[in-house]
Design a protein around this ligand. Structure first.
Ligand SMILES: Cc1ncc(COP(=O)(O)O)c(C=O)c1O
Length: 369
C-alpha cells in the first residue's frame, strides 16, 4: 500500500465547503492584503499562542527576518543558533549581514544544546535563536536564563511548533519574539506562503507592524528601512477556518506517533523520537534514527512509502555560508543526525492500514540487513 509523506487532500476534503466559502468572501469584497481578515487571524493566533501581540507577514522566513530587524541586528552582529534546522534560520541572519554562531544539538531532542550556548557568547552576540525542531520546544528555561544573565533577546523559531508546549507554556510566547510559518506542510498550513511574528512587547509589535510595510507609518512616511511582507487576506481567511481544528489535528499526529513508537521500540538499533517530559510535541515531523538510513530510504521509496531527510546538510557546511568558516567535524551531533535520521508519514488523517504498511516496510527492511 503506497503511503505519501503528506496528503493535504485528506485534510482539505472534509473542510472544503468552509474553505471555499472563506475564499469567496474575500473575492466578494476584494480586500486582498492585510485588512479585517488579517487582523482577525492575528488576534486568533495571539490567543492560541498565549501572546499579547501577533503580526501577520508573508512567510516564516520573513517572520524571522522581521524579528531580527526589529532588534536592530546589524552587519557583524552575532546570533547564536543551531546548525540542524531549515535554511531560513541561518538565512535570515545572513540577510542582515550578521553572523550565525552555531551551537551543536542535543542528540536526543535534536534541539540546540543549552549547556553549550554560554561559551559562544561574545561582545558581538546580539540574540539567541533556538529552533523548536520537528514540533518540540527547545529547553527554554535554560536558554532564557542564559539570555537574561547576558541581557540578550531570544527569538523562538517556532515555524514547526504552533501549539507545542514547554512546561505548559506555548511555543512563541516565551522569548522576545516567536516566529511561525504557515507553509502548507505545517500543522497549520495556508494555501501558499504565510507567517506570523508574536511578542508580549507592545513597542516591538508596533515596530514589526511598521517594518512589514516598508517601514512606513503613516503610509508613505518611512522612519525605518523595512520590507514588503504583508499577509494576504485569502491566506488569513483560510487559516482562520483551519485554526479551530489545529488541536485535534495535532492530537491525531501524537496518537500516530504513539502507535509508531510502540511498533518501532522493539526494533534493533532504531531510536524513536525522544520527547522531553517538559514538552508536548505537535509532531510536525516524526523522525527516526536508524541504521543503514540511505538503504532504508531506497527501500521505502521502492515500496511507495513517503519519507524525507530533515535535513541532509547542516547549515555550517552549506556552501552559501562558507564565509562563516564552518567545516565538517565542527558540530558532530548535527552531522550525525543528518546522516542517520529519516522522517516518516505522520499526518493526522493516516489510516491504521497506512500506518501498518509503514511499520511493516521498515520491519521487513531491518530484518533483511
Ligand atoms: C525551522 C524553520 N524555520 C523557518 C522556516 C521558514 O518558514 P517559511 O517556509 O514559511 O518561510 C521553516 C519552514 O519550513 C522552518 O521549518
Amino acid at each position: 500500500m503506497p503511503v505519501p509523506l503528506l496528503d493535504l487532500s485528506a485534510q482539505y476534503t472534509p473542510i472544503r465547503g468552509e474553505i471555499v466559502k472563506a475564499i469567496e468572501s474575500v473575492l466578494d469584497d476584494q480586500q486582498f492584503i492585510l485588512g479585517a481578515r488579517v487582523e482577525k487571524f492575528e488576534k486568533e493566533t495571539a490567543l492560541a499562542s498565549d501572546s499579547a501581540h501577533a503580526i501577520g507577514c508573508a512567510s516564516g522566513s520573513d517572520a524571522l527576518l522581521l524579528a531580527l530587524m526589529a532588534l536592530d541586528i546589524k552587519p557583524g552582529d552575532e546570533v547564536i543558533t543551531t546548525p540542524y534546522t531549515f535554511f531560513a534560520t541561518g538565512g535570515s541572519i545572513a540577510r542582515l549581514s550578521a553572523k550565525a554562531v552555531f551551537v551543536d544539538i542535543d542528540p536526543k531532542t535534536y534541539n540546540i544544546a543549552p549547556d553549550k550556548i554560554e561559551e559562544k557568547i561574545t561582545s558581538r552576540t546580539k540574540a539567541i535563536m533556538p529552533v523548536h525542531l520537528f514540533g518540540q520546544c527547545a529547553d527554554m528555561d535554560t536558554i532564557l536564563e542564559i539570555a537574561k544573565r547576558h541581557n540578550l533577546p531570544v527569538i523562538e523559531d517556532a515555524a514547526q511548533a504552533i501549539g507545542a508546549t514547554y512546561k505548559g507554556r506555548k511555543a512563541g510566547s516565551m522569548g522576545t519574539f516567536g516566529c511561525f510559518s504557515f507553509f502548507p506542510s505545517k500543522n497549520l498550513g495556508a494555501a501558499g506562503d504565510a507567517g506570523m511574528v508574536t511578542t508580549q512587547d507592545a513597542d516591538l509589535a508596533e515596530k514589526v507592524r511598521i517594518l512589514r510595510v516598508h517601514g512606513s507609518k503613516p503610509k508613505y512616511y518611512h522612519h525605518f528601512l523595512g520590507i514588503n511582507s504583508r499577509l494576504d487576506s485569502i491566506q488569513a481567511a483560510i487559516l482562520s477556518v483551519k485554526l479551530p481544528y489545529l488541536v485535534e489535528w495535532s492530537r491525531l499526529r501524537a496518537e500516530n506517533a504513539r502507535f509508531y513508537n510502540e511498533q518501532f521500540s522493539g526494533m534493533k538499533d532504531v531510536a524513536v523520537p525522544y520527547i522531553d517530559p517538559n514538552n508536548q510535541s505537535i509532531y510536525n515531523q516524526y523522525v527516526l534514527r536508524v541504521p543503514h538510513r540511505d538503504a532504508l530510504i531506497a527501500d521505502l521509496r521502492k515500496n511507495g512509502i513517503g519519507c524525507e531527510i530533515y535535513y541532509p546538510v547542516p547549515l555550517h557546511i552549506q556552501p552559501c555560508f562558507s564565509a562563516w568558516n564552518g567545516k565538517n567535524g565542527d558540530f558532530p551531533e548535527s552531522e550525525k543526525a543528518a546522516l542517520e535520521t529519516i522522517a516518516l508519514p505522520i499526518y493526522s488523517e493516516l489510516t491504521k492500514d497506512q500506518k501498518i504498511a509503514v511499520v511493516e516496510t521498515v520491519r521487513n527492511f531491518l530484518s533483511s540487513i
